[in-house]
Design a protein around this ligand. Structure first.
Ligand code: F6P
Length: 347
């Protein structure tokens, strides 16, 4: 077989580990690999490159993706799907492994459903917001980076008696915020799923300071809407409010808005740190390398078995396969019991 592989959506540590695992297992079965460059754009525009043993050598610990990525949605490009199907044929591909989050895998699910396209999926995202898998790879690395940042911010917060607000990614779920908040000992964590009001957050900080602490760490998820006791709420998004081909608004800026609220309402000096794309950069943690590797082997096995329309998933400690439809059905939000673990240490 000639097996294509693509990575779509935001890059994330561990993508190369998946590519390596899919390729190594497929080479062992006598198949050839072809890189579909820059996500779905590569299939729509016919951008292919050979992916041999040389290309995948030494990539296990490398961040990013050696085959490039994009947020292209073939269903939003004029003639995009037809072009993708034609290029797939012309390149004499027999199967495709799509590595991505809800958007990339959503396209894979639709192509399979509507065109019986021979595709299998691998779930990736630092946001950990995919239903159907307990964890996505990339998430552990992002949480590790955010936790280290919180540790560092603690020492400077303490020295200056400041409130340090850390804005983390996660889109419309608060997984990174809650996990790094628990691991870093945050004094408040604000996430989209459990919108604590600005007034409540400030009251918690005041209480903490009255109890003798003169600094605080607040972790806020980029998708948290500034929520007020009056019932009003507002999402802080990128200035241009730009949306990508999947209709996502560019988030960012809530940390800065929160700092202004905290300073005004409490009188405490506050600063914001926006971790941004640092959370997606650099080497994957060992846990992410292992998960990515196991997912990659599973994807190659699904291709070998002709088991298309499926994706690898983690259930407990086992790697299983589920349908792409099931895997992309809904957003996996942070359940209350996880938030309660973080909340036990607020104030
Ligand atoms: O989905 C991963 C993610 O990093 C989100 O957490 C974030 O909102 C978004 O991608 C940022 O996208 P971009 O890389 O296009 O700025």
């Amino acid at each position: 077989m000639r097996i294509g592989i693509l990575t779509g959506g935001g890059d994330c540590p561990g993508l190369n580990a998946v590519i390596r695992a899919v390729a190594r297992r497929s080479f062992d079965s006598g198949h050839e690999m072809v890189a579909v460059r820059e996500g779905w754009r590569g299939l729509v525009d016919g951008i292919f490159a050979p992916l041999g043993r040389h290309e995948i050598s030494g990539i296990l610990p490398r961040g990013g993706t050696i085959i490039g990525t994009s947020r292209t949605n073939p269903f939003k490009v004029d003639g995009g799907v037809e072009s993708a199907l034609r290029n797939f044929e012309d390149e004499r591909l027999d199967a495709l492994v799509a590595i991505g989050g809800e958007d990339t895998l959503g396209v894979a699910a639709r192509l399979y459903r509507e065109h019986t396209f021979p595709v299998v999926g691998v779930p990736k995202t630092i946001d950990n917001d995919l239903s159907g898998t307990d964890y996505t790879f990339g998430f552990d690395t992002a949480v590790t980076i955010a936790t280290e940042a919180i540790d560092r911010l603690h020492t400077t917060a303490e020295s200056h008696n400041r409130v340090m607000v850390v804005e983390v990614m996660g889109r419309h779920t608060g997984w990174i915020a809650v996990m790094s908040g628990i691991a870093g000992g945050a004094d408040a964590v604000l996430i989209p799923e459990h919108p604590v009001t600005v007034e409540e957050c400030c009251a918690q900080l005041m209480k903490r300071h009255q109890n003798g602490k003169d600094f605080s760490i607040v972790v806020v998820s980029e998708g948290y809407e500034l929520t007020y006791a009056s019932g009003e709420s507002k999402l802080v998004a990128g200035e241009a409010r730009a949306t990508d081909q999947f209709g996502h608004v560019v988030l960012g800026g809530v940390g800065d808005a929160l700092v202004r609220e905290i300073e005004e309402r409490t009188g405490f000096e506050a600063r914001v740190t926006v971790l941004g794309h640092v959370q997606r950069g650099g080497v994957p943690t060992p846990r992410d390398r292992v998960l990515a590797t196991r997912f990659g082997l599973k994807a190659a096995d699904l291709v070998q078995a002709g088991n298309f329309g499926r994706m690898a998933a983690l259930h407990g400690d086992a790697i299983v396969d589920i349908s792409l439809d099931e895997g992309t059905a809904k957003l996996k939000t942070v359940p209350p019991e996880w938030y309660e673990v973080a909340r036990a240490f607020f104030g």
